[in-house]
Design a protein around this ligand. Sequence first.
Ligand code: FAD
Length: 435
Amino acid sequence: MKIAIIGAGFSGMAAAYDLVKAGHKATIFEAANDVGGLAGGFKDPGWDWSVEKFYHHWFASDKHMLGLIKELGWEDKVLFPRPLTVMYHNGKFYPFDSIVKALLFPGLGFGINKIRFGLVGLFLRLTNDWKALEKYTVAEWLSKWAGEKVYKMMWEPLVIGKFGERYYKQVNMAWMWARLKARTTRLGTFEGGFQNFANLFADRLREMGVEVRLKSPVTLIERRAGKDGVMVHSETIETYDMVLVTLSPEAISRLVPSLPEEYLHGLRNLKSMGAVVIALALKHQLSEEGYYWYNLPKSAGYPFLALVEHTNYVGADKFGGDHIVYMGDYLEPEHEFFRLSQEELLERFLPALKKFNPKFERNWVRKSWLFRTAYAQPVPLINHSQNIPSIETPVEGVYFASMSQVYPWDRGTNFAVEIGRKAAVLMLNNGKLKD
Ligand SMILES: Cc1cc2nc3c(=O)[nH]c(=O)nc-3n(C[C@H](O)[C@H](O)[C@H](O)COP(=O)(O)OP(=O)(O)OC[C@H]3O[C@@H](n4cnc5c(N)ncnc54)[C@H](O)[C@@H]3O)c2cc1C
C-alpha cells in the first residue's frame, strides 16, 4: 500500500516506522523545516546540544517511548538524571519530588491534612479504575476525599495553572489520576536533546525507505466519488491508499472537509489550551540552589506558570556555558500573550526573575526565543472517554492519531508513540481486510 502521513512529530514518525516495517510505502508530509513537532528543539551556534522549544523530559514509566528507543538501538543515548522540583509556599520554595519531601512540605502542617494528602495520593497511585474517576471533577473529588484545605493548597493551583479560570473547575479526576500514575522523579532526555533523537529517527526512517518531505504543508485531503484512494494536496496532488493525519482536531477538520457532520461536531467540541514559552540563554545560573523546575501558583502573582532551568538538569557545558531558562504558561489561544511581541512579553516576564535570584539583572540575558502553539494541552471534561474521536475516521482510508486521543493519559511523546503505533496496526489490519 501507498500511505501518506501528515505530520513528522513522534506520532507520525512512529506510525511510519511500523508501516514500512510491514512492507508498505510511506511518505511523511511535514509543514515545518524540521521533524519533531511540538517536541522539536533548536540549537544556537556554539552549542553542542539542542534544547527543546517547549521544555521536555521523559518519565521512567514512558514505556512506549523507551521501548521504541530500545528497538532502534539507542538506549545508551537516554539519560535519566534526577533534577530538583520545588513547590511554592508563602514566598519560599520547597523540594517536592519524593514522598519524604512531600511529608516535610510545610504547606499542609503535620496533622490530619498531611495524612489525607498521603492516603489520597496512595489510592490514586494504586487504583486503575480511571473510568470511575472521570465522572467527577478534580475539584469535587479531591475536596471530598482529601479535604477542602488539601485541595485548595496542593491541587487547585495545578489545575488553575494548566487549564485557566475557564476550565479548572470542570477538568475530570481521571486527568489527575493519569498524572500521578505516570510520573516519576527521575526525568529522562536524549543525548544531544530531543531534536537530535527526532533527526536520528527521521534518518533511520529514510534508510528504511520512508520519504520525509519537509516544508510541505498539506492543504486538503479528499476522496472523490467513484475514484480509488485518497487525494493529498500539497505542492502536488497525489493519490494514496491510506492517509494518517497526526495534527490537531481543528487542523483535521479543516483539511478533511468531507468528514461527516457528526464527526466534525465531536472534533469542534473538544477543548484545548495553547502554550507560550520564552527560552533564555543567561550568562549566569539563575537558581543557585540548583533547582530545575519551579511550580508557581497563579495566585502568588508570577506572570508565568513554570520556571524551568534546563541547565540545572543537563549541564551548561552542553550549551557553550549558557544557562538555559524557560518561562512558560498554558493559556487559551485568545489570551493577549498570543498577540504580544517578544519584547513586550520579556517586559512582563523578566522582572519576576529577581524573585528566583535577587542578583538577576537584565544584562544576564544573552539571547531569548519565543515559542507559541495554539494546541498544547487537551482539556478533559466530565466523562471525556465518550468524546474521543475514533482513529479510523468515517472517510474511508483516512485515519487520525493525535494528542486528543491519548486519554485517559495526559499528552506526551510517550503517548504520541503509542497512538501512532496503534493507528499503524489499525491501518495494517484494515488494509489486510481489503486485500
Ligand atoms: C509546553 C509543552 C510541554 C510539553 N512537555 C512534554 C514533556 O515534558 N514530555 C513529553 O513527552 N511531552 C511533552 N509535551 C507533549 C509532546 O510535545 C506532544 O505530546 C507530542 O510532541 C505530540 O506529538 P504528535 O506527533 O502527536 O504531534 P505534533 O508534535 O504536534 O506533530 C504534528 C506535526 O504536524 C506538522 N503539521 C501541522 N500542520 C501541518 C500540515 N498542514 N501539513 C503537514 N504538516 C503539518 C507540525 O509541524 C508538526 O510537526 C509537551 C508539549 C507542550 C506544548
